[in-house]
Design a protein around this ligand. Structure first.
Ligand code: 13P
Ligand code: SF4
Length: 334
């Protein structure tokens, strides 16, 4: 697609109003302007919606994203969308979840990006756990494949995990695959949680020592920690929650300094959207989330490869939907 220099200039200015807040120059915005223009044009022509997780790169979130959010919020957007095509800029399991919730839509994913948690458990592991704990219910974190979800009783995200635990009929619950999340939730419930051994390769890297260092230098700072972090890190925090919980806390807080113990996308969102809020300490990039480029999104809209279109067997959709529907039912009820 060809664009005039005036169109490129206007688009670069539009991008710059947002991206300058994360240190982009006007020149850098001008370099990607033809891509964002083409993607946004194709999006309208094809009646597509672009959902972007908050860990995506700033040019994806602010250049082409229609909705930004956490895994729960974006699932609900996918469930209710009027668009014909859902382009899910995130890791593969989130796009699968969108397909399960809205199977009549075409769901596309720009790259086949995995996730260390989703890769840590297979359907047979669930079957084995059920045999070992015959009275326990099974909750799977959303960071699992559709095939794993199909073996579970309910799904959850970091935004609603405790509600799902409390809303299940059993007092004993297998909670997979995030070991740290299960350990962080255990003190908050009287139910017995049986964890798996999965870890997020991003959140496991944060240390309690680095949090204490920031606290000693900035005693007024609020420490906001994703629930995939280790329990000793969570112990140092003012809030443990999902990416959206962290953003809501910053938005509603009178404090001006925050340590965001999570992936760097959340820092980008705070810097871009919340003026006057200072972000302290370092963040870590998720190599899976950050795989997606504007070029991938363009191909995915224009002429997707078969791998970019989510295709799941009917019976997997049917069984995994039960787990996801249970999560939505319990979440919306409470
Ligand atoms: P959220 O549900 O908080 O967006 O988390 C998803 C995720 O992968 C965090 O690492
Ligand atoms: Fe998976 Fe961790 Fe990346 Fe989230 S941040 S997608 S849990 S590897």
């Amino acid at each position: 697609m060809e664009f005039s220099s005036a169109e490129i200039q206007n688009e670069a200015s539009r991008l710059f109003t947002k991206l300058k807040k994360v240190d982009w120059t006007m020149e850098k915005c001008a370099e990607i302007a033809h891509l964002t223009l083409e993607i946004n044009k194709l999006k309208k022509e094809k009646n597509a919606v672009i959902l972007a997780h908050s860990y995506q790169s700033p040019e994806i979130m602010y250049g082409i994203g229609d909705y930004l959010g956490d895994s729960y919020g974006l699932s609900i957007k996918a469930k209710n969308t009027e668009a014909d095509i859902i382009v899910f800029c995130s890791v593969h399991f989130m796009a699968e979840t969108a397909k399960i919730l809205n199977p009549k839509k075409e769901v596309r994913v720009p790259t086949i990006a995995g996730c260390s948690l989703a890769e840590s458990i297979k359907p047979n592991d669930i079957k084995k756990l059920r045999k070992e704990h015959p009275n326990a219910g099974v909750i799977c974190y959303v960071n699992t494949t559709a095939e794993v979800k199909a073996e579970c009783d309910a799904c959850c995200t970091s935004a609603n995990a405790l509600k799902i635990i409390e809303g299940m009929p059993q007092n004993e619950l297998i909670f997979v695959p995030d070991e740290f999340m299960a350990k962080n939730l255990q003190p908050l419930t009287n139910k017995k949680l049986i964890p798996w051994k999965g870890r997020c390769i991003v959140h496991q890297e944060f240390s309690d020592e680095s949090v204490r260092q920031v606290k000693s230098m900035y005693p007024e700072a609020k420490i906001l920690v994703h629930s995939e972090c280790a329990p000793n890190v969570v112990k140092e925090s003012d809030l443990m929650g999902s990416t959206d919980d962290i953003l809501k806390y910053v938005f509603n807080s009178d404090a001006n300094q925050f340590m965001l113990v999570t992936e760097c996308g959340i820092k980008d969102r705070v810097k871009t959207e919340f003026i006057g809020k200072e972000v302290l300490g370092s963040c870590i990039l998720c190599p899976y989330m950050k795989q997606i480029t504007l070029e991938d999104v363009l191909t995915c809209l224009k002429s997707p490869s078969s791998e970019q279109i989510i295709d799941l067997p009917e019976d997997v959709i049917k069984r995994a939907k039960k787990s996801i529907d249970k999560m939505v039912e319990i979440t919306e009820k409470n």
